[in-house]
Design a protein around this ligand. Structure first.
Ligand SMILES: Nc1nc2c(ncn2[C@@H]2O[C@H](COP(=O)(O)OP(=O)(O)O)[C@@H](O)[C@H]2O)c(=O)[nH]1
Ligand SMILES: Nc1ncnc2c1ncn2[C@@H]1O[C@H](COP(=O)(O)OP(=O)(O)O)[C@@H](O)[C@H]1O
Length: 205
């Protein structure tokens, strides 16, 4: 089998359910992936845990890591910086484990340039009203921030053409199964496994 892990990039508008779907995938298929914990300058929400949900940092610390080329990608989103620490992703893929990134569209574009072999999945809500309801019901943002995130959602949806797959998050169980199936298909690609078969053929010759 190919030794390198698969890179999975999940994007989608704020409130669509990326975190929820990812958690369902990790609960059901725990041993298969590693989640890349991002660094952010956003404040911690109640219930979030340092080193589990994000690495929370000041803008200065974040900019220092940018200067050291320490990010695979980073982007500004609604006045805060978010970035993927490079070393963790590289080391984990090299060790043969799959890595799951949950990032917004500007960052995903940067990853596409650096690691085009990744799988890019876009999660969409069943409809716009449902997206608004989920964001409001989550209750983690003020009315103003909810509105900013909703208007951002339209821009984000325009970028969907750059992705490989689209998954509707109607039910968490459906969406997580679909994302898992996409990843499984990637593992089964002949191109990922060709070197094993070449060895096998040589042995048979
Ligand atoms: N480019 C980039 N985006 C990220 C990263 N981490 C999180 N994001 C995205 O930033 C956006 C805002 O995240 P967050 O403040 O946690 O809000 P939420 O997605 O509504 O829960 C979401 O689209 C996240 O997927 C990262 O490392 N890089
Ligand atoms: N399929 C779904 N059906 C109903 N509610 C959902 C679904 N997926 C997520 N939610 C809810 O929507 C809200 C936003 O989900 P979250 O995972 O935080 O989104 P994101 O990470 O994309 O911002 C949460 O309150 C979550 O419980």
């Amino acid at each position: 089998m190919s030794n390198r892990g698969v890179l999975i990039v999940l994007s989608g508008p704020s409130g669509v359910g990326k975190g929820t779907v990812r958690q369902a995938i990790f609960e059901n298929y725990e041993n298969d992936f590693e989640f890349s914990i991002s660094m952010t300058t956003r404040g911690k929400r109640p219930g979030e845990v340092e080193g589990k949900d994000y690495f929370y940092s000041s803008r200065e610390e974040f900019e220092e890591l940018i200067a050291q080329d320490g990010f695979l990608e980073y982007a500004e989103y609604v006045d805060n910086l978010y970035g993927t620490p490079l070393k963790y992703v590289e080391d984990t893929l090299a060790s043969g484990r799959d890595v799951f990134l949950e990032i917004e569209v500007q960052g995903a574009k940067q990853v596409q340039k650096k690691m085009p072999e990744g799988i890019f999945v876009f999660l969409v809500p069943p409809n716009f009203k449902e997206l608004e309801d989920r964001l409001v019901h989550r209750g983690s943002e003020s009315h103003e921030l909810v509105q900013q995130r909703l208007s951002k959602a339209v821009d984000e949806l325009r970028q969907i053409r750059y992705y490989d797959y689209v998954v509707v998050n109607d039910k968490v169980s459906n969406a997580s199964r679909k994302v898992k199936n996409i990843i499984e298909s990637e593992h089964l690609k002949v191109s990922r496994n060709i070197s094993d078969f070449e060895t096998f053929i040589k042995e048979m010759e």
